[in-house]
Write a protein of this length. Structure first.
Length: 343
């Protein structure tokens, strides 16, 4: 069965049910060593960034495989790298359902999942048991019950736990679904967080004799000045990279549509321009100094190429993967490969 037919069936189910069913199928295939059945050719377009060899520049964005349940199966679909999480210190169930909505005609999703995950210990156990040998980013967050003033302790806890299992680590301070989280992107709160994280990072580098790059994921809902401020802070505190961007709280582009009034983060095509605006601004400050991962609204190869042209070194997909299936990975990675071949 091709992805279009499968998607028609899956889209008949309640959104979160089809979401789980898809992930379960990939996980089951992986458990039964059947990933080869759905395996796709991985575009070979190797690039070294942050000291990591990426097989190609197209990755899976955070939030789909929150607990690292199907990293081998996902990798078999041709991704150059995977980002799992967001994971928090303690397990948490997230917001009440329904919390995931598909805006099909706009090729968009609104979600307010709220970091539902099994906690960092369960994730680490699973990664250690797996045979995954590829590039694995781990995205970390804070528990909903942790006061914002104590956020650093949650991030540090996760950082220590995952350090040995991660190829790179992303500090998520941009989810709109954890109260107050985005305030960590600004001013003194950002400085204190980055300073604390870099200290812990330095002790972990020393302890494990291994440098795992540290990145920050930012929101698209910032004005120009805020984007410049955060970009400069990332350079000042010598972060290794930035992920641009998370979902948006804006509803421009979907006003009047079914589900448009649901609270949460909007992803997919209506996010694209806003995410690209922030990407261009970030790039003008940090390009070639730290690594930029572009994510938000990639539904076809042109979207992926646009991010590269705006300065992204790597790209990630989430909503496009739901709407277009695994073919999008090959399509985007081949287009990027061709772009660099002729550049
Ligand atoms: C259902 C859903 C859950 C998500 N969960 C997370 C998450 O846990 N952590 C995170 O950093 N981003 C999360 N994201 C954001 C994506 O990683 C990505 O940044 C965003 O969706 C934009 O990319 P896209 O337009 O390709 O979907 C989530 C997105 C969706 C749609």
């Amino acid at each position: 069965m091709n992805y279009k037919s499968l998607q028609k069936l899956l889209f008949l189910l309640p959104t979160e049910t089809s979401h789980h069913l898809s992930l379960q199928s990939v996980a089951l295939m992986q458990q039964m060593n059947l990933s080869a059945l759905v395996a796709k050719d991985r575009v070979q377009d190797s690039v070294e960034l942050m000291g990591i060899q990426f097989p190609n520049r197209v990755g899976l964005a955070a939030g789909l495989d929150k607990d690292a349940r199907c990293i081998e199966g996902m990798s078999a679909l041709g991704f150059g790298f995977l980002e799992v999480g967001t994971v928090t210190p303690k397990p948490q169930s997230g917001n009440s359902k329904p919390r995931l909505f598909r805006l099909v005609s706009s090729r968009a999703i609104i979600n307010r999942m709220g970091f539902n995950n099994e906690g960092v210990d369960a994730m680490v156990k699973r990664i250690r048991r797996s045979n995954f040998k590829g590039v694995l980013g781990i995205n970390i967050g804070k528990n909903a019950t942790t006061a914002l003033e104590d956020a650093l302790a949650d991030y540090e806890y996760c950082l220590r736990k995952i350090y040995k299992s991660a190829s790179y680590i992303v500090v998520n301070i941009s989810s709109p679904n954890t109260k107050g989280l985005r305030s960590l992107q600004h001013g003194d709160e950002l400085s204190a967080l980055l300073e604390g994280l870099k200290e812990t990072h330095a002790t972990l580098i020393h302890k494990h004799q291994k440098t795992v790059p540290l990145l920050v994921k930012i929101a698209p809902d910032m004005d120009d000045d805020e984007v410049f401020q955060v970009s400069r802070k990332l350079l000042e505190f010598e972060l290794d990279g930035v992920v641009v961007s998370n979902t948006t709280i804006s509803r421009s582009g979907v006003i009047g549509q079914k589900y448009a009034n649901e609270s949460g983060g909007l992803s997919g095509t209506p996010l694209k321009d806003q995410s690209n605006r922030v990407l261009a601004l970030v790039s003008s400050e940090v390009k070639d100094k730290i690594t930029i991962i572009g994510v938000g609204g990639i539904l076809d190869k042109e979207d992926a190429l646009t991010k590269i042209k705006l300065g992204a070194d790597l790209v990630q997909i989430y909503t496009g993967f739901i709407f277009k299936g695994p073919d999008l990975i090959f399509e985007a990675a081949s287009a990027i490969q061709a772009h660099y071949a002729t550049a």
